[in-house]
Design a protein around this ligand. Structure first.
Ligand code: ADP
Ligand code: MG
Length: 406
């Protein structure tokens, strides 16, 4: 049996028309001799009646500090509705399909509500269905706890993770992530109209793009696929374009034409918005104060990123909703600080940039050419990032996209 996993995101299951396009993708896979396992997200985006955000708002309107257990249980309903509607659509077209909750599909998680980790997947139920010629339609984004079958969710974008984990557990030939764009692009097409589709990219680069804000795929899903060495494709539900292949290698191909690796050592530009940058004064005589500071923030459950620590100063960024809490912790601990709100982070990603001289110079001059001030930079072997003001975000992403000839 040649098993594949086909995951369909919110917009791919949002309307009758979209669900028929999904049906076509499932049928095509069956015609090619595959046994597909379908994974679905909740139907539609913010504002749609059964979308995850709508369900969250429903409970928050009753009680702002609603218990995480109840929140997860309600959020799981979005995918349950979606899986039932999708299974019914497939059945209407004569396809033998059955909707399954995450738990019914054997997905066992820890009990960290809202951000649960998959512990293991018992595939016996799924294998039995596949062997009987029935296509399982599995609720993405959810699982159950091992002992008491409480509903858990895997965090936003978690249906990608469900698909990759199912692919690994079922030893699938490959995993397909269907969405509303034709693949992984050189930048978010909502910001850069000229963004191009990448034919192939490495797991490591996609992970870096996803960590740095490219929300086309969840980084955890890529990590799982990478550790099981399962190829992933990102494709559009609404076209027959070949999409992007994610494997262990990036072949530097774009739009069908091979390009020399040194022509562009960067694969894409990613961005994160809605950040605030904190600068904290440290006493040079007490370098350890920096360490205490991060302990205090960690104890308060605040996740900090874009960290810079020097003798006199610490700099980091938090997401805007954490600003108030961060200020409170800093005031309680007596650190002198300034907070720069309405910031964003832009990053260029590419494993080929390792050791190539001039990449930083190109990065800085691209932003300088648009008079964009850099508040802070961070870099690794495969990324260069800058914190900038949010108002410059579109200009910055566009300038970097041009400067690196993407
Ligand atoms: P789904 O609901 O199908 O999971 P998402 O909204 O999570 O879809 O992901 C698809 C969106 O990701 C696209 O509409 C696009 O705006 C955004 N995106 C951000 N960065 C990229 C990128 N580099 N390539 C493609 N899409 C991107
Ligand atoms: Mg998604």
């Amino acid at each position: 049996m040649k098993i594949i996993v086909q995951k369909f995101g919110g917009t791919s299951v949002a309307s009758d028309e979209a669900r028929i396009a999904v049906k076509d993708k499932v049928q095509q896979a069956v015609r090619k001799g595959y046994s597909p396992v379908v994974v679905v997200s909740a139907m539609g985006r913010k504002g749609a009646p059964y979308a995850t955000d709508t369900l969250i708002d429903t409970l928050k309107s009753v009680n702002l500090s609603v218990n995480v257990r109840e929140m997860d249980m309600l959020m799981c309903c979005g995918e349950i509705i979606s899986a039932c509607v999708m299974a019914a659509t497939l059945q209407k077209y004569g396809i033998n399909a059955m909707a399954l909750t995450g738990g019914q599909a054997g997905i066992i998680t820890d009990s960290q509500f809202g951000a649960a980790r998959i512990k293991n997947i018992n595939v016996s139920n799924l294998m039995h269905l596949l062997e009987s010629g029935i296509i399982p339609v599995v609720c993405g984004f959810q699982g159950v706890t091992e002992n008491n079958f409480k509903f858990t969710t895997l965090g936003r974008g978690g249906s990608d993770t469900s698909a990759a984990a199912l692919g690994a557990a079922l030893k699938a030939d490959f995993v397909e992530i269907y969405t509303d764009v034709e693949g992984i692009m050189t930048a978010d097409p909502r910001l850069v109209k000229e963004a191009n589709i990448l034919q192939q990219i490495s797991y490591a680069e996609v992970c870096q793009m996803a960590y740095n804000g490219a929300k086309v795929i969840h980084p955890r899903a890529v990590e799982i696929a990478m550790s099981s060495n399962i190829p992933m494709y990102v494709k559009s539900t609404f076209s027959d374009a070949p999409g992007t292949l994610i494997t262990s290698e990036s072949n530097g191909r774009r739009n069908g034409s091979e390009i020399a690796i040194n022509e562009s050592c960067v694969s894409g530009v990613a961005h994160l918005s809605d950040l605030a940058q904190f600068r904290i004064e440290l006493n040079p005589a007490d370098f350890a104060a920096g360490r205490n500071l991060f302990e205090d923030l960690a104890d308060a459950g605040i996740s900090v990123g874009s960290l810079n620590l020097s003798e006199k100063e610490a700099m980091f960024a938090v997401f805007s909703p954490d600003v108030e809490h961060t200020c409170k912790v800093l005031e309680e601990t007596g650190f002198k600080y300034t907070c720069n709100t309405e910031c964003a982070k832009v990053s260029v990603v590419g494993s080929a940039m390792r050791g190539v001289p001039g990449v930083m110079a190109n990065f800085v001059s691209a932003l300088a050419s648009k008079n964009i001030s850099i508040l802070q930079t961070m870099d690794s072997d495969t990324t260069i990032s800058a914190i900038i003001k949010e108002e410059h975000l579109v200009d910055a992403v566009t300038a970097l996209h041009q400067a690196f000839k993407l």
